[in-house]
Design a protein around this ligand. Structure first.
Ligand code: NAD
Length: 433
């Protein structure tokens, strides 16, 4: 057993610039392939609404700080805008635009009655107390006002936001409605705690969906997951749950990277032990006993069968793509692989299960939560898992079969299917007036 050396927190200034270029290139390549109607292409390449709010919050010290929050609503041809809220220093209008666009393709591909939106606040939440975060969240919700709503735009958790954040949001939103309308607004956000209208299993849904996609892919390739090795970047909600289900299936986690550092053990890192350790260490995996430290740059070079990026965008680039040993990349994060890296990976025979398919378990479970609240129902975990399995399988089969038939990669296939569904809606309905 080797003890870890303390490492510095990885810079939070991840090169998010370029996410917009990536999503546009992905969109254009699929739009060309399906010969997308040129008028609909004009609509889809731009966002519908962009809301930027500056709002003051009193800090524990008594001083007032002014924050900047964003909400971008890309498209709602298929239904209300849907997408997460992220608290991170890299949140800006460009990142929110790109992430909102990915949400439009994701909800369309999953066959949900939603469009795409995304947003957040440009902060490092580790610098604030819990009560400051509560006041920031409540004031942000108030500043967004009627730009969100249960039938208009429905936020959910993302990086550095969680069920608690959603509980503060729903409470603030409901408290600002007329008394008779309050409870009818519970579905203004999803990903709430189960005691506050949340759905059983929503916490694990994204990571579970990532695992299911890996399992479906393995089955199509006549492989078993037992004994396979995997690496995970980001040990938060998505990364942990994906690792948990893979371990249950007999696979072995051999390296993990989070915002604080990178650890490796070729004999395997126990998934729950690492979670408990990071919970006790302010969310950091650094110094976990039974693993060695690795410099950040070599994380993606680790020998493994499966690689799961589950942190931020633009992590797999032309710099590290040539050294990736995994045969399969399952994108838990949104936009983790840039377009140059993708060319290299495809040339090297690495398969990629694209984000808009791979991490759709979260938004599908959010849809179930929205239905549960809207219909005044309470679903069991079993209801959720059965329905989630079915929806994820339908999406995977659609994309895999289309990719095989057209002899294209899974990302292009997923984009083609998603865009075609929106194109059909516009063609049927026409353009107002
Ligand atoms: P989270 O806040 O729970 O966890 C994020 C993890 O990433 C943490 O372990 C953090 O330390 C790590 N991280 C942050 N910066 C990093 C860096 N520079 N290098 C390495 N690791 C870093 O967030 P989450 O909800 O798990 O979201 C992770 C990704 O999955 C995001 O891209 C998000 O958009 C996407 N996603 C989340 C959901 C969801 O339901 N939560 C759904 C779909 C997609």
């Amino acid at each position: 057993m080797t003890t870890l050396t303390k490492v510095k927190k990885t810079s939070s200034k991840v090169p998010l610039k370029g996410m917009m270029e990536n999503v546009m290139e992905q969109f254009n390549s699929a739009a060309d392939r399906i010969d997308l109607n040129p008028n609909i292409r004009k609509i889809l390449k731009i966002t519908n609404n962009e809301i930027v709010v500056h709002f003051p919050v009193r800090m524990d010290s008594g001083e007032v700080e002014v924050f900047t929050g964003y909400r971008v609503q890309h498209n709602n041809a298929l239904g209300p805008y849907k997408g997460g809220l992220r608290y991170h220093p890299t949140v800006d209008i460009d990142a929110a635009r790109a992430l909102a666009m990915w949400m439009t393709w994701k909800t369309s591909l999953a066959g949900l009655p939603y469009g795409g939106g995304k947003g957040g606040i440009q902060i490092d939440p580790s610098l604030y107390s819990q009560s400051e975060l509560e006041r920031i969240t409540r004031r942000f919700t108030f500043a967004l006002a009627d730009n969100i709503g249960p039938e208009h735009d429905i936020p959910a958790p993302d990086v550095n936001t969680n069920a608690q954040t959603m509980a503060w949001m729903v409470d603030t939103y409901m408290s600002t409605r007329p008394p008779a309308e309050r409870t009818a607004n519970q579905h203004v956000v999803t990903g709430k705690p189960t005691g506050s209208g949340g759905l059983e299993g929503r916490d694990r849904a994204t990571g579970y969906g990532v695992f299911l996609n890996i399992k479906f892919w393995a089955a199509r390739n006549e492989e078993s997951l037992k004994g396979k090795t995997f690496i995970v970047q980001g040990y938060g909600n998505v990364g942990y749950w994906a690792a948990y289900f893979l371990e249950q299936e007999g696979a072995k986690m051999v390296a993990v990277q989070d915002a604080f550092g990178t650890i490796q053990n070729t004999n395997g890192i126990p998934v729950d032990d690492l979670l408990n350790y990071s919970k006790a260490n302010r969310g950091s995996i650094v110094d976990f006993p039974g693993a060695v430290v690795l410099d950040s740059a070599s994380f993606y070079e680790t020998a493994c069968d499966i690689c799961i990026p589950a942190a931020l965008g633009n992590q797999i680039t032309s710099e590290n793509a040539p050294y990736i040993k995994a045969r399969l990349i399952a994108e838990g994060a949104n936009g983790p692989t840039n377009t140059e890296a993708e060319v290299i990976l495809i040339e090297n025979g690495v398969a990629i299960i694209p984000d808009i398919l791979c991490n759709a378990g979260g938004v599908i479970a959010s849809y179930f939560e929205w239905l549960q609240n809207r219909n005044g129902e309470v679903w069991t975990l079993e209801d959720v898992i059965v329905k989630l399995d079915k929806k994820m399988k339908t999406s995977f089969d659609k994309v895999y079969d289309f990719a095989q038939k057209e002899q294209i990669d899974m990302r292009t296939a997923a984009f083609c299917i998603a865009i075609q569904r929106i194109e059909k809606a516009y063609i049927e309905r026409g353009i107002f007036p």
